[in-house]
Ligand binder design. Structure first.
Ligand code: SF4
Length: 377
């Protein structure tokens, strides 16, 4: 492996985030707060003087967690619990689990029981995001979590620190948006697997350090000659299996949009710095592409989804549906029906690091590519 390759450090972080974060903790003395993806505002953790680190379970080989959580739980939740039971998360000074579905609610209660000495909070995100009281409710919830964070770090979250934290995260999102665009203009260098590794690593190291790492990338590389690579849009939760982006590269797909929590969805909107900073974070949350599991009116969900695909100029849609995710199973049939009505080709993959056959995914991607090229009916 070429040590001077600027892409290697991002892959290293994804492979083993925990050794690095232990070293960072020893060096900085800062508290480390873990959070289950999605939608925990990292800016609040940062403003309390701690380092937010995402705990992502997909791809973790499962053994110990099977004794505590039903086997029909998604890989994302099972893997997170596995990391906790293995002792990998002992470096954490606190943990925040968001309420996005029944699985994360159960995970929170399990966590409290299994790790009684480790502070853990439940971020009760509003499920009915269109409700007129949802914004006020979320603001009060952010306030409650802020107090909890202050209790752990001993630092008060004041406006100045929150402005500075939001600015750092806005800068990071801006850089990641640029990286996403590079995938469209220079895909031979800025491949999907490399670009998504930037997003995946961003939530696993101090964001300032990540910004410095981004500077070393080949931003000035010249654009590739125009090609007719099929343009795809991805709907799903996490990049599971982890090899999926490398498969997109292998089959020559160009990723023009996605709704993955460590993908384009995480960077499309910045909080606007205003007098009421908690309100800025609330407004951002409410404007994000809703995570499956939030309740919105079905026809609006479909219309918004179709509009996003149209804007992205995608030729086809790939669903990455985590196995055992009830929320995804509810939404997908309606969305597929709407795509079919609009003659937009789509491919629904049910994925899980526990038992997904990569060769099967390969075959299906190959056939999908031929459909997009007009070679298959
Ligand atoms: S919404 Fe689905 S993927 Fe996300 S935590 Fe819940 S069950 Fe798992």
């Amino acid at each position: 492996m070429n040590k001077s390759d600027p892409w290697v450090p991002f892959a290293d972080i994804i492979r083993d985030p925990w050794s690095k974060i232990k070293a960072t903790k020893a060096k900085t003395g800062k508290k480390i707060i873990g959070h289950i993806l999605p939608d925990v505002p990292e800016e609040l953790i940062h403003a309390a003087g701690a380092i937010p680190i995402a705990v992502a379970g997909a791809g973790i080989p499962i053994s110990l967690s099977q004794a505590h959580i039903p086997g029909y739980s998604c890989s994302h939740a099972m893997g997170a619990l596995e990391l906790g039971l293995r002792g990998e998360l002992d470096v954490l000074d606190g943990m925040i689990i968001p309420y996005v579905c029944d699985t994360t609610r159960n995970l929170y209660h399990l966590w409290r029981n299994l790790f009684p000495d480790s502070p853990c909070e439940f971020l009760r995100l509003p499920k009915k995001i269109g409700d007129s009281n949802a914004k006020q409710y979320l603001k009060e919830e952010y306030l409650r979590i802020s107090k909890w964070l202050e209790g752990i770090t001993g630092n008060k979250i004041v406006d100045d620190t929150l402005v500075s934290s939001i600015s750092i995260y806005n800068k990071s999102r801006d850089q990641l948006r640029s990286a996403y665009q590079m995938m469209g203009t220079s895909p031979s260098s800025w491949t999907a697997s490399r670009v998504i590794s930037l997003f995946e690593s961003a939530v696993r190291v101090p964001r300032e350090e990540h910004l410095t790492m981004l500077e070393r990338l080949p931003w000035n590389v010249s654009a590739d000659p125009e090609t007719d690579h099929p343009r795809i849009y991805v709907r799903g939760k996490v990049w599971d299996p982890a090899e999926i982006t490398a498969l997109f590269d292998e089959y020559g797909f160009t990723l023009v949009g996605d709704e993955i929590v460590t993908g384009n969805r995480s960077v499309v909107i910045d909080p606007i710095i205003q007098e009421d900073l908690l309100q800025s974070l609330v407004d951002r949350h409410m404007s994000l592409i809703p995570y499956t599991g939030y309740h919105i009116e079905p026809s609006q969900m479909i219309d918004d989804f179709l509009a996003r695909i149209k804007n992205s100029k995608a030729q086809g849609v790939v669903f990455l549906n985590p196995k055992f995710c009830e929320a995804a199973a509810f939404d997908t049939p309606d969305l597929i029906f709407a795509l079919q009505k609009n003659s937009i080709p789509n491919l629904a993959l049910e994925t899980s690091s526990r038992g997904t056959s990569l060769s099967q995914i390969r075959l299906r991607l190959e056939a999908f590519k031929e459909i997009l090229a007009g070679d298959l009916p």
